[in-house]
Ligand binder design. Structure first.
Ligand SMILES: N[C@@H](CCC(=O)N[C@@H](CS)C(=O)NCC(=O)O)C(=O)O
Length: 208
């Protein structure tokens, strides 16, 4: 059984979507980052940067932090969405998500969504970067169905919940035809809808 310790954020939803996709038994333990629960000593023991998500695999008592590493682990353990023959490409798009797409869109959320009017510089900088990310993904998806090629993989699972915040981004997802098709294709998967509702509060995938 997998225990997912997380806040209800795009990084947490990546893991609940993956767990639904691979049909593993799991339970969610909520970490309230607004109440600073991520800094509690017991949590810090398994998450040295005090970040969510983290998983504990109760089958072997292993704990893992960093969403990309968790997705790789679950991909290897289940034998799904992390094809051995395509790992070179999957790893690149996955690491591109955790190292670039997530952190940059996260900053865009901070300036544009949560704190508008506080810094014109920050708002402009991350708006432009968010627009650039949409363009880059759209370009990639002009020739392939999924980020790492023809098959759905953990790279898509990692990226999807970030693009699902498109209503906060104000970039206009509709204008990006290939990215929109990819978004709809993934939204229509039952496991994605289930995993998106991480805390079982009725959270629905935002429509385009
Ligand atoms: N690189 C990390 C990022 C995780 C992350 O930024 N988590 C946020 C929630 S989405 C968090 O725990 N923030 C609380 C804090 O930084 O104190 C991953 O992909 O797992």
């Amino acid at each position: 059984m997998i225990e997912l310790l997380t806040a209800d954020t795009p990084n947490g939803k990546k893991i609940s979507i993956m767990l639904e996709e691979i049909k593993f038994k799991y339970k969610v333990t909520k970490i309230n980052i607004f109440k600073e629960e991520q800094f509690k000593p017991d949590f810090k023991k398994i998450s040295p940067f005090s970040k969510t998500p983290v998983i504990i695999d109760h089958d072997n008592k292993k704990s893992l932090f960093e969403s990309g590493a968790i997705l790789m682990y679950l991909g290897e353990k289940s034998g799904k969405f992390y094809e051995k023959t395509n790992r070179l490409l999957i790893n690149q798009w996955l690491i591109g998500q955790v190292a670039y797409i997530g952190p940059m869109l996260g900053q865009h959320h901070q300036f544009h969504h949560y704190n508008p009017g506080k810094s014109k510089f920050g708002e402009n900088r991350y708006f432009k970067i968010a627009e650039r990310i949409y363009n880059e993904l759209d370009l990639r998806l002009a020739n392939v169905k999924f980020l790492a090629g023809e098959d759905y993989s953990i790279a898509d699972i990692a990226t999807f919940p970030w693009i699902a915040r498109h209503d906060w981004h104000d970039i206009g997802l509709k204008k990006f035809k290939n990215l929109s098709k990819w978004y709809k294709r993934i939204s229509s998967r039952d496991a994605v809808a289930k995993g998106y509702d991480l805390m079982k509060t009725g959270d629905k995938i935002p429509k385009i």
